[in-house]
Design a binder for this molecule. Structure first.
Ligand code: CMP
Length: 147
């Protein structure tokens, strides 16, 4: 085993609840099917209404979600360790908002197939993704005071 690779996998393992839920073999397989990249600050990762089939894990840095298209400068920050893009993947709807890269951003883009494999094999990963999805979907689609 290459000690540099092992050290890197250790770091990833501690970076996010999704990654922490995996053993070393699962993590290796998962990374082989994913894309690790570092978008420049300000880059639009996708737009609202795009078709999307992947989930992103923020390894370091942060991204901004444009929750209000009428006020594009107002961004909701999502920080290292968290995920985004789970809503389109789970609901089958188009992307609910644009996402913009922040500074020092390192992301893992996980294709649908690899994500479904992980959450079907791993209760902790599934519970985490479900919880994040439910919180965000409630905030986005439930109109306060409507009932
Ligand atoms: P998706 O709809 O695929 O693309 C936009 C993403 O922004 C969405 O998935 C969530 O990951 C994220 N998102 C949507 N609403 C919120 C919110 N209220 N707070 C934080 N993140 C959100």
């Amino acid at each position: 085993a290459n000690p540099d690779v092992e050290a890197f996998l250790d770091v990833l393992n501690r970076r996010s609840p999704v990654l922490a839920a995996m053993n070393r073999l699962q993590l290796r397989e998962f990374l082989l099917e994913s894309r690790i990249f570092s978008p420049p600050i300000g880059e639009t990762l996708y737009k609202e209404g795009d078709y999307g089939n992947s989930v992103f894990i923020i390894v370091s840095g942060e991204v901004g979600v444009q929750l209000d298209p009428a006020d594009p400068a107002k961004l909701r920050t999502i920080k290292a360790g968290r995920i985004f893009g789970e809503m389109a993947l789970i609901s089958g709807r188009p992307r609910s908002a644009a996402v913009i890269a922040g500074k020092d951003c390192v992301l893992i883009e996980v294709p649908r197939r690899a994500m479904l494999k992980l959450i079907s094999a791993n209760d902790r990963a599934r519970a985490y993704v479900d919880r994040v999805f439910t919180q965000r979907a409630l905030e986005r689609y439930l109109v306060p005071g409507a009932e």
